[in-house]
Design a protein around this ligand. Structure first.
Ligand code: GDD
Ligand code: MN
Length: 385
């Protein structure tokens, strides 16, 4: 580290790897667009770039005459550990209460920094995202392939992780440092912001549109590895979300959520049943009664495993335990079918209800009693839990 004004209010974290052609220029442009009356510290987090990026940044700071309102600190890391890890490192060293994160290759316009900082200061906003996908935002200079990859990654984050923001993949954002207290970051791959959005509970997030322009100098470091890391990161975040759901304290919510899973599995079983029977008769010329029996057996089996793993979250697949559970589950399924038959018969013949309504009532009753029986006896849970 070169110097430390201890009163920096805004820390700008700039990860770099082999950015010798860009670093000086970007540090200079940032200096030209500092937020008004604010002490700013730029933190260059360099992973020991072979092209000497770190040294260039240090030399540039030495050359500055006026060093009171703008300092530059360089963190020299020994090895290349990836973008998110570098960002996290920079944040940990930051002195400002407000953190801005941006790339060093001019893709993120420093002109926007004062706006990001203002937005954080003026409202009760915790995170401000510079967005390419908001109205008014855009991307310049990217190949169609890169655009598609970015869009797909964004859709995965939105659908898979329930993220609401238009550009959770952005590498340009600002936030109040306080909000990440106590959070453990995996910091895998590129997507630091995404991890922050998922893990910081109840943050108010604002987005500001901007135009991302592809770099003029040097190469992007995003490759296949980055994409695999992205999938890994999303998977981790997905499991993180699930774990928190499991910690849901309200019994009613847990009960209803399990019942809903149980019924979805039941519905999927109908599909499995139908498809197996049809495939066996049409493709393998099997006798239709045999095919129907096998269809039922298949769907009971798939229902069992889905309910064990997903509905009741039982991940213990020891052979004996699993076989006993499977026996009970099949027995209850058969009983359920008989109960259903009995109810339909009673409602239609004795009460005189129409067949469709009777069937609906019968299916619902059978499914619910099945759920209760399996919850209590097959998977040994308390009924109300
Ligand atoms: N310290 C460090 N270590 N820095 C790295 C590393 C690393 O392993 N990998 C990349 N960087 C730095 C680059 O030097 C650059 O300043 C910045 O991180 C972004 O890297 P690029 O390789 O230029 O990424 P990109 O342009 O393809 O993608 C950027 O824009 C996307 C859209 O906003 C990134 O910011 C993505 O996170 C972002 O989604
Ligand atoms: Mn770039």
């Amino acid at each position: 580290m070169l110097s430390s004004i201890s009163n920096a209010e805004v820390s700008i974290v700039i990860p770099t790897y082999n950015e010798s052609e860009n670093i000086k220029g970007i540090l200079h442009l940032i200096k030209e667009h500092l937020p008004k009356n604010t002490n700013v510290e730029a933190i260059v987090v360099d992973d020991n770039s072979p092209d000497g990026t770190g040294k260039i940044a240090e030399a540039y700071f030495e050359s500055l005459k006026e060093k009171t309102r703008y300092t530059i600190n360089v963190i020299n890391r020994k090895t290349k550990e990836g973008l998110s890890a570098a960002i996290l490192n920079g944040i940990q060293q930051a002195k400002g209460k407000i953190i801005v994160v941006m790339d060093s290759d001019f893709s993120h316009p420093p002109q926007l920094i004062p706006k990001l900082v203002d937005a954080l200061r003026q409202s009760k906003t915790d995170i401000v995202v510079a967005s390419r996908y908001l109205n008014g935002g855009s991307i310049q200079g990217w190949s169609l392939k890169r655009k598609i990859i970015s869009r797909i990654a964004t859709i995965i984050a939105k659908k898979g992780l329930g993220v609401k923001e238009s550009d959770p993949m952005s590498g340009f954002f600002a936030f109040n440092k306080d909000i990440i207290k106590g959070i453990n970051f995996d910091a895998i791959g590129y997507k630091f912001l995404l991890e922050m959005i998922v893990k910081v509970k109840g943050a108010s997030i604002k987005e500001i549109p901007y135009t991302f322009s592809d770099r003029q100098n040097g190469k992007s470091k995003l490759g296949t590895k980055t994409i695999l890391e992205y999938i890994h990161a999303v998977w981790n975040l997905y499991r993180y979300g699930k774990k928190n759901q499991r910690n849901e304290k309200r019994t009613s919510v847990r009960f209803v959520s399990k019942a809903a899973r149980f019924f979805s599995v039941g519905a999927s079983g109908l599909g499995v049943n139908y498809l197996t029977s049809v495939l066996l008769t049409t493709n393998l010329d099997m006798w239709y009664l045999h095919a129907t029996i096998l269809g039922i057996a298949f769907s009971i089996t798939s229902n069992f495993f889905l309910n064990k793993y997903w509905t009741f979250e039982d991940r213990d697949f020891a052979t004996k335990r699993t076989i006993i559970q499977f026996g009970k589950f099949s027995a209850f399924s058969s009983i359920g079918a008989l109960v259903q038959l009995g109810i339909v018969y009673y409602l239609v013949d004795e009460i005189g209800l129409s067949y469709p309504s009777s069937l609906l009532l019968a299916v619902t009753t059978a499914a619910f009693s099945n759920f209760v029986l399996n919850k209590k006896w097959t998977f040994k849970e308390k009924l109300w839990s």
